[in-house]
Structures are given as C-alpha cells and as structure tokens.
Design a protein around this ligand. Structure first.
Ligand code: GUN
Ligand code: ZN
Length: 438
C-alpha cells in the first residue's frame, strides 16, 4: 500500500482540556509555527514545525499555511440539508415556518437527481465554512438519504444523517407510517452505517409529527441497532411545547415523551432544548443525551435563548454541541454561529469565552455525537479534518487584528467579525476539499 504523508504548516491549535472551567484559556494549546502530519487520513504527529519537518520523508507533501490558523474542522451537530433553499425566509415562527417554507421545500426530495444537486450545494457550503462533519436531517424520502451519503462518500466525510420520520401533522406527501418509517430507516441504516466514515442517525422529526405508534417503532429500531445515532428536536418554541402537551397528555413533559419511548441515551442529540424543566435537564444528564445549540436559528425564528452557562456550570452538566440548523438557522458560517452563541449568552448575562465557543464548534459537537475520539480535535490518532482560517480576511479584521494583544483576542476577533471569507481552506480525510484561492 502507498503511504500518503501530508503535512500542514501554520499556527496550530489543539484543545488540551475542557474550557468550561475557571480558566478557559488553559484548555487551549497552540504552536505559532506548528506542523500537523497526517498519513492516510489520520494525524500522526503534532508539534513544532522546526522539529517535525526533519522527520518527514522526502516525498511528503507540505501545505504551507504559515500565518494562518489550523483548527480542527468544525462539526455542525444539527442541520437540515434540504432546507438550504429556504434559508432566509421571512416572518414566521416555528410551526408557521415549517408549514409555509420547510414542508414545501422538503416535498421535492423524492427525486434523487434533485436531491443529489441539493446535497452537493449543501456540502460545498459546509466546506466553504470549514465544516468537515455534520449531523444531518434529510427528508422522509429514502432517496434524500442515498443522495447525501453518496455525495459525502466522494470526500470520505464523517457525516451522520437519517431519513426523517413523520406520520402525522405534516402534508400527505410528506408522511410515512409507523411501519414504513421503521422499514425504510432500517434498510438505510443497514446500507449506510459504517460505509467509509458514514454514520446513520435515526431521525424522528419531533414528537408532534409522530404518532405514539411511530415513536414506539422508533424506540424498537434503536434498541435493535444501538450502534447508530438518533436525532430529534425538543423544547424550541413555546407554542410547540403547548402542542406536545395536548398531543401527549399522559407524559409529564416534552423530554418525558422521548424517555417513555426509549429515545434518550448516548448518541441521542436533541435540537434546541431552550425550555427544559429541571426534571428534563436531569434526565438528559443521566442518560448521556446531548443538546445541539442552534443560536442563529433560535434568534432568527424567534424561539428563545438557550442557557449555555447553566448547562455546563451545574452538578448535572449536559453535553452541548454547536449547530447551524440551516434553514431555520440563518448562516452556514460556524464563526457567525459562534458569534451568535456569544450574543445569546450575553443577553443572559454570561460572556461565552472564545475558547469555549471554538470548543463547542469542534470537541463539543464531536462529543455530542460520541465521536470525540475521531473528530473535533488535532491530536495523534484522530482523523485528519481541518479548517484553515485566514486571520486577515477583510480590511476591518486586518485593522482590528493589529490591536489584538494575544492569541485569545485574535480568535475572538475571528468569530465576531469573520465569516466564509475567513476560511482559507478545508481538509477532509487529509485532502483539501476547499480552497478560497482556487
Ligand atoms: N422542529 C421540527 N422540525 C424542525 C425544523 O425543520 N427546523 C427547526 N428549527 N425546528 C424544527
Ligand atoms: Zn432542526
């Protein structure tokens, strides 16, 4: 077999600890002239360029990103690829937004060619924003799932995705049944889970669009296949909460519905979780369930403010990842998503530290997916996915950077002022999949 040794030289960043502590800056390690060595898609060395360059064989390829930041690829732990075409849709909150914009868009994805083109647009947007892994909702159509996994396989991307299940409270052409939802999901997970870096995620949309029979079948499927992930939505919007109370009157609360049907646990990612009561928070903590924090969606659709401080600084901490939630979310930029997470925390009297923000977008999301040993950090043995930031991407950023006192401030400036223009290149599986220059 051919050894493919590729190295990246630049300002390398690594998370050496959890920044949700008293001194967040200590959780970050960096090498201003660093080198990351990769071989066949895995990281084999990280450290000072001066030391490591000497160890490389003559035929190694070195990508020179000197003066740029080499970060772990961003992990978007909750996004709807079929909604790319309805990002920036005006004037509606959750339920009306779903009915007016989302469902009509999703109804087109039974056509595999349409789905393939949309999947490609979605992946290119993600790469242009340094996103190298994601947990993705498709539509109820199995074709929408095949299309995405096929396109992602071209890059050997570590992607999680699943067929949305809905058997009520959705248009006729977007409904499956308890039986077909189960059968199709089972066939898809058997086809895709573990193919290359693909992961399957069982995807009941949310409690209001599934009957108790579908929830039951979903729980049974996860029990038969505990190796896959599961994703759904919870407690995003007040009207939604009330509706769940009416549809599931016998359960104590929203998360209690998922608890009852066996949908909580390690590998379950709940989107949003804004209006959780103490019982629900304890359940999420105890079961190892994670939350996808989707700040641009929560402000754009007017849902509310997720409590990122409260979920970490408590005796029962919750695992939290960061997510774009496009098309409810208003940006594919993880930098913009970090900025909005900062603003949402500010509105609650908490200043999210930049190291915490970058951690949520990388290690946090990887942990939410129980993939933190593979993705989300730059450490020996981990997969070779990177986001490269040009720290001087606009005139204003260039001006502001001249006044930064340290690297933490530099990172903060990027997340507040940067967007896709700041992403110089993106690498997946050791290979460049995006370059702004090209
Ligand atoms: N809740 C149920 N479905 C959706 C969706 O597509 N987007 C958002 N933001 N919330 C949801
Ligand atoms: Zn969502």
């Amino acid at each position: 077999t051919v050894r493919t040794i590729t190295a990246l030289r630049g300002h390398v960043f690594q998370f050496s600890g959890d920044p949700f502590c008293d001194n967040p800056a200590e959780a970050l390690t960096d090498w201003s002239d660093g080198l990351v060595v990769t071989e066949n898609g895995k990281i084999t060395a990280v450290g000072e360029a001066a030391d490591l360059l000497k160890t490389l064989p003559d035929d190694a390829v070195v990508h020179d990103h000197s003066g740029q930041f080499i970060l772990p690829g961003f992990v978007d732990c909750h996004v709807h690829y079929p909604q790319t075409e309805v990002i920036a849709s005006y004037g509606a909150q959750l339920i009306e937004w779903l009915n007016t914009y989302t469902f009509p868009a999703e109804s087109k994805f039974g056509d595999i060619d349409y789905a393939r083109r949309a999947a490609d647009v979605y992946l290119q947007q993600s790469f242009a924003n340094g996103i190298t892994s994601a947990s993705v909702y498709c539509t109820i159509h199995p074709e929408s799932v095949d299309a995405l996994f096929e396109q992602a396989a071209r890059y050997n991307m570590r992607i999680a995705a699943g067929k949305v299940m809905m058997d009520r409270n959705a248009p006729e052409n977007l409904r499956d049944t308890a039986q077909t939802g189960y059968d199709q999901s089972k066939a898809l997970l058997e086809k895709w889970h573990g193919q290359g870096r693909a992961l399957y995620s069982i995807t009941p949309r949310f409690a209001p669009t599934s009957t108790p029979e579908q929830m039951e079948a979903t729980g049974a499927l996860w029990k038969e296949h505990p190796e896959v992930l599961l994703q759904t939505h919870t407690s995003e919007n007040r009207q939604e909460l009330e509706w769940v109370g009416e549809l599931y009157p016998e359960h104590p609360d929203y998360v209690g519905v998922y608890e009852h049907f066996g949908l909580l646990g390690k590998g379950c990612i709940l989107g949003h979780g804004i209006y959780l009561n103490d019982r629900e928070k304890s359940l999420i903590h105890e079961t190892g369930t994670s939350i996808a924090h989707c700040p641009t969606s929560n402000t754009f659709i007017g849902s509310g403010l997720f409590d990122v401080r409260g979920s970490h600084f408590t005796h029962e901490p919750i695992s939290v990842g960061l997510a774009t939630d496009v098309g409810g979310g208003s940006s594919f930029s993880m930098l913009t998503t970090m900025r909005t997470a900062y603003e949402v925390a500010q509105l609650q009297g908490y200043s999210l530290h930049p190291v915490q923000a970058y951690y949520l977008a990388t290690v946090g999301s990887a942990k939410a997916l129980y993939q933190e040993n593979r993705i989300g950090n730059i450490k020996v043995g981990m997969e070779a996915d990177f986001a490269i930031i040009d720290p001087l991407s606009t005139p204003l950023i260039r001006h502001r950077m001249a006044y930064a006192n340290n690297v933490i401030e530099q990172l903060f400036i990027q997340m507040i002022l940067g967007d896709d223009r700041a992403i110089a290149a993106t690498y997946i599986d050791g290979k460049r999949v995006y370059s702004q220059a090209a």
